[in-house]
Design a protein around this ligand. Structure first.
Ligand SMILES: C[C@H](O)CC(=O)SCCNC(=O)CCNC(=O)[C@H](O)C(C)(C)COP(=O)(O)OP(=O)(O)OC[C@H]1O[C@@H](n2cnc3c(N)ncnc32)[C@H](O)[C@@H]1OP(=O)(O)O
Length: 756
């Protein structure tokens, strides 16, 4: 028999303790369906139903004087069950959302005839925090996380949070908490008035019970948050705060409707009262659940967690080994960034360089990285000192005898890397993982001169390595599952999201995105203004356009990487004279302050008009403008002509098994290339455009502009069969399923595919 998801225990003191039991995070609902047939729709929202049932019972029972609401397993609740959003997205049926805000939080909890106290520990996020705000008091254990992160899922708080949080902590703080989605700790919550008392974990239930009895006996106030106005300030102050917040939101989150909707809903409550605010919130919440933004963000939420599941690695009973000491070879930009990330997570690091001068430079860069975090308030001075005490600079291998992992981060030279790997094979213990941070060189070549192919692995960080969240873990056919698992564990412990990928030129992210720069150069040579291209791509949601990105990376990188890709994929590489011309004219991007843009200290990059004659020259040399005239193109076409080739290459990456699943590439594109998360990642976005539209567009352009746009076989097949690129099903299975459901259709059975 299934365990009850909500329990009720009445003590001798007359207090009913209602406990949410839904590990691991006590999410507030459990749909128990994998495939839904519309005719047989059954959805069990067990926690919500359980809460309603237990609150009914506690209210009815004569022996109950007061109620305490808590969560099992030292985590109050991680909020509403996000898998229900997934079901809504798959079915388009918003009626799957249970009615909670008024039914449960207002009617059963806040307006309950008996006092209700929340006993909160670990975390109370989203709907979890909203339940507590419906209670008449909140007692918390120390260091409990309290937050409303709904905007990161493309929705707004939907159980009254937009109304009660401003009434408990004041409008400014509430707006900040909701728009940033960042949780606060219970200690801050106590100062703000969100929490009534902080007590130890051991005393939490005892104090909460007594608090509830004290309210019942009128020894403590019986507060209904929704009825309060004392912290809202005057109407004119509130209007000013909301106006400023709206202006900010338009600038910082232009493509995310949930920010402005959230502020409108808050405003409704301030002007027309909390209950009206709750009603408007419920409606807006349901509208937003169905938005493309919510679909993309919810997809990324689960996709990110799925990256931790790697077939034949994480499901074969292996245990990760401890990594306490690491060695980083090379103190350049990447090496020092990697070392920074490691020491920040308490991993002891020896940094090796070839001479004292380079070593000192590397250590200084690490110190500057750490200082930067302190000055931005992201790290305390104590933690900074602790991190720096974990670092030792060395010039030889004598410290390598007890390291658990080596990460090599020297320049991209095959002979140098081969020599280093032969040396570290001898200097390190047998269990040590031998990792390289190469972004282009085949791992089999790097390890060719060793007998340790099973522990050779790629640890591909993205620059700046101590900031960017993605870690591509590159495996060859010979890399052992244990080495992969160990590196995944190191990655998570240094707060990266590890994505396991296969070995090929550029691995997953750089390979998928190599057509990004190429496509933008093609458009430039076809006569499209480069600054317009950058503006359009930024409006689409990338942090900067392709030309500004190239300025940032430096043209030397572009040339070196371009050569590798031209060698690996000659059939689909475009040759543009533009970068050579820029280099010849003494430009090297942001590095030397001369690029497509002008870089002045303290101000934003400005388009540099003196680059235009160089672009004209590139157009003249490439000579691809039809009839010698610039093409006419819409903003939408600019996005598509630059990003559809990326989708096309992503399809090849997927088909070749370089990534385990399509959603891994979505996560990698978001975390490694800053592709907008609200578009769900590169392949998810392509599915929203429609594989057939992507295919027919590429085909049309390939007839005009050549092979660069030629659709891949994988894309063609998916487009022809109308199958999403995200779908993990193979073509044979789909043929079989489609035949099966064609035979069922006359009987009125409609399949809702749940593409994993
Ligand atoms: C109406 C309301 O206003 C709407 C809402 O409440 S929307 C939900 C708001 N809540 C959130 O956004 C919180 C989302 N969750 C998190 O941030 C993090 O999971 C956490 C901080 C709670 C815990 O983090 P951590 O300990 O690292 O565990 P994490 O790996 O993320 O999660 C553990 C498992 O719980 C699942 N999970 C976490 N929160 C969940 C939720 N709210 N719903 C469903 N599943 C959830 C994860 O998918 C994961 O499942 P898996 O093991 O099968 O991959």
């Amino acid at each position: 028999m299934a365990e009850p998801r909500v329990t009720l225990d009445v003590g001798n003191d007359g207090v009913a303790v209602i406990t949410i039991c839904n590990p691991p995070v006590n999410a507030l609902a459990i749909p128990n369906l994998i495939v839904l047939l519309r005719a047989l729709r059954v959805l069990l929202i067990a926690v919500i139903a359980g809460l309603k049932e237990k609150f009914n019972e506690a209210t009815r029972r004569q022996d109950v004087k007061a109620i305490v609401l808590t969560g099992k397993g030292r985590r109050f609740s991680g909020g509403f069950d996000i898998t229900v959003f997934q079901k809504v997205h798959e079915t388009g049926d918003v009626s799957l959302m249970p009615d909670v805000s008024v039914d449960l939080v207002v009617n059963m909890i806040e307006d309950c005839k008996k006092p209700v106290v929340a006993a909160v520990e670990g975390l109370a996020l989203g709907g979890g925090l909203e339940l507590t705000m419906g209670c008449h008091a909140r007692i918390a254990a120390p260091k409990t996380q309290l937050g409303l992160p709904e905007l990161t899922l493309g929705v707004i708080p939907g159980f009254g949070g937009t109304q009660r949080l401003p009434r408990l902590v004041g409008l400014s703080k509430a707006v900040e908490m909701m728009l940033s989605s960042k949780p606060i700790m219970s200690e801050e919550g106590r100062k703000l008035g969100l929490i009534d008392a902080i007590v130890t974990s051991e005393e939490l239930l005892k104090v909460s019970r007594q608090w509830a009895l004290d309210i019942a006996a009128r020894r403590k106030p019986w507060m209904r948050s929704l009825h309060r106005t004392d912290k809202l300030g005057s109407l004119s102050e509130a209007r000013e705060i909301l106006k400023t917040a709206k202006q900010q939101a338009k600038k910082t989150a232009p493509n995310m409707p949930q920010h402005l909707v959230c502020l409108d809903v808050i405003e409704e409550g301030v002007i027309h009262g909390g209950y009206n605010g709750v009603l408007k919130e419920a409606k807006a919440f349901k509208d937003l659940v169905l938005s493309d933004t919510a679909k993309g963000l919810v997809h990324v939420f689960f996709a990110q967690r799925t990256t931790s599941k790697v077939p034949n690695v994480t499901d074969v009973g292996l245990k990760p080994r401890a990594v306490k000491k690491a060695a980083v070879i090379g103190g350049g930009l990447m090496g020092s960034g990697i070392a920074t990330a490691l020491i920040l997570s308490n991993i002891y690091v020896v940094l090796k360089e070839v001479n004292p001068e380079y070593l000192l430079k590397g250590i200084k860069t690490i110190e500057a990285n750490i200082r930067g975090l302190v000055s931005r308030g992201k790290l305390t001075q104590d933690k900074a000192n602790k991190a720096l005490s974990m670092l030792k600079g060395v010039l030889d291998y004598s410290e390598f005898k007890d390291v658990d992992i080596v990460i090599e981060a020297v320049i991209e030279s095959i002979p140098l890397k081969q020599t280093i790997f032969s040396e570290i094979e001898k200097a390190c213990p047998h269990h040590c993982i031998l990792a390289t941070n190469t972004s282009t060189i085949d791992l089999n070549i790097v390890g060719e001169k060793t007998n340790s192919q099973d522990r050779i692995i790629g640890a591909h960080f993205f620059s700046p390595a101590h900031v960017m969240p993605l870690l591509e873990i590159v495996r060859t056919e010979k890399t052992s599952a244990q080495a992969i698992l160990d590196l995944m564990t190191v990655g998570r412990s240094i707060k990266k999201v590890p994505v396991v990928v296969g070995n090929c030129t550029g691995f997953a992210v750089n390979r998928a995105f190599f057509p990004y720069t190429q496509g933008s150069h093609l458009l430039a040579n076809l006569g499209v203004d480069i600054f317009r291209i950058d503006r359009v791509i930024s409006s689409f949601g990338l942090p900067m356009g392709p030309f500004q990105l190239q300025d940032l990376a430096g043209y030397g990188v572009a040339t070196a990487v371009g050569k590798e890709f031209a060698k690996a994929f000659p059939d689909r590489t475009i040759r543009s004279p533009l970068v050579d011309l820029l280099l010849k004219s003494g430009r090297n991007g942001k590095n030397n302050g001369k690029g497509y843009y002008i870089y002045e200290k303290g101000s934003k990059p400005k388009p540099d008009p003196s680059v235009l004659p160089i672009i004209e020259e590139s157009r003249r040399l490439s000579n691809i403008m039809p009839g010698g005239k610039p093409i006419s193109i819409s903003d939408k076409e600019i996005v598509e002509m630059i990003l559809f080739p990326v989708v096309n290459e992503s399809c090849r990456v997927l088909e070749e098994g370089i990534v385990v699943r399509a959603s891994d590439l979505d996560v990698a594109s978001v975390l490694g290339m800053s592709f907008p998360s609200y578009r769900g990642g590169i392949l998810f976005w392509a599915d929203t455009c429609g594989p057939n539209h992507v295919y027919t567009s590429l085909k049309k352009w390939s007839q005009i502009h050549g092979n660069f746009y030629k659709p891949s076989r994988f894309l063609e097949e998916r487009a022809m069969k109308g199958i999403p690129l995200q779908s993990a099903l193979n073509f044979e299975m789909l043929d079989h399923l489609s035949a099966m459901f064609t035979s069922l259709a006359p009987h009125g059975v409609q399949l809702i595919f749940l593409f994993p």
